[in-house]
Design a binder for this molecule. Structure first.
Ligand SMILES: CC(C)(COP(=O)(O)OP(=O)(O)OC[C@H]1O[C@@H](n2cnc3c(N)ncnc32)[C@H](O)[C@@H]1OP(=O)(O)O)[C@@H](O)C(=O)NCCC(=O)NCCS
Length: 165
């Protein structure tokens, strides 16, 4: 590992990670977790971008998937989760940035529970803005907030702004 990576490496995830991703999903999302066959599809479907965070001893402690929809002009962040014992160490942010860099669409969208203030704080810091609400989207009746980020470059490959409503 290079010194700037710290104790975690972000690398591509594959179908071989399905079991570890399923464990992570169940712990992070409980009843909202994707079933294993959908995770397997996510990890194998051509075009879907998957990254994982691994510890020095190779344990998977984070995962993100992004689904590009070039014809619609945006990609969806399908899921992102970090093992509870490894949160607040910058893994979620690194996963998000790595995934965004691999998604070649001008905009990126995601859905988040209205009460998930921690994730919303992270997304706002990373340039995502609330663009709509899906009422009672989750099975317990909680609203889903749609957030969107507009990736623009300033000529030096740097993002300059996110869009608001
Ligand atoms: C959301 C999640 C992926 C964030 O992962 P993480 O590795 O802890 O995030 P980071 O360490 O990169 O956080 C970066 C910043 O985001 C903000 N943030 C992240 N989690 C936060 C929380 N629980 N409360 C408040 N702010 C939070 C903080 O500003 C944090 O910086 P700081 O730790 O220096 O204060 C993780 O909490 C998680 O897996 N949650 C359960 C699954 C989930 O809700 N996924 C999102 C679904 S839309």
């Amino acid at each position: 590992m290079t010194p700037d990576e710290g104790p975690y490496r972000i690398v591509q995830a594959t179908w071989r990670d399905v079991r570890a991703v399923r464990c992570l999903e169940r712990a992070a999302f409980s009843v909202d977790a994707y079933p294993w066959f959908e995770l397997l599809a996510m990890l194998t479907f051509p075009g879907v971008v998957n990254f994982k965070a691994v510890t020095q001893d190779g344990r998977l402690v984070g995962h993100i998937a992004g689904d590009p929809r070039p014809s619609e002009g945006f990609s969806w962040i399908v899921t992102v989760a970090v093992d509870a014992a490894h949160r607040r160490r910058g893994i979620g942010r690194r996963l998000l940035r790595t995934c965004e860099a691999a998604l070649a669409t001008p905009r990126i969208r995601l859905t988040v529970r209205a009460g998930n203030t921690g994730a919303i704080a992270l997304y706002e810091q990373e340039g995502y803005r609330r663009c709509s609400v899906w009422r009672r989207y989750y099975r317990d009746g909680e609203d889903g907030i749609i957030m969107e980020k507009y990736l623009m470059e300033d000529g030096f490959g740097r993002e300059t702004r996110g869009i608001g409503r």
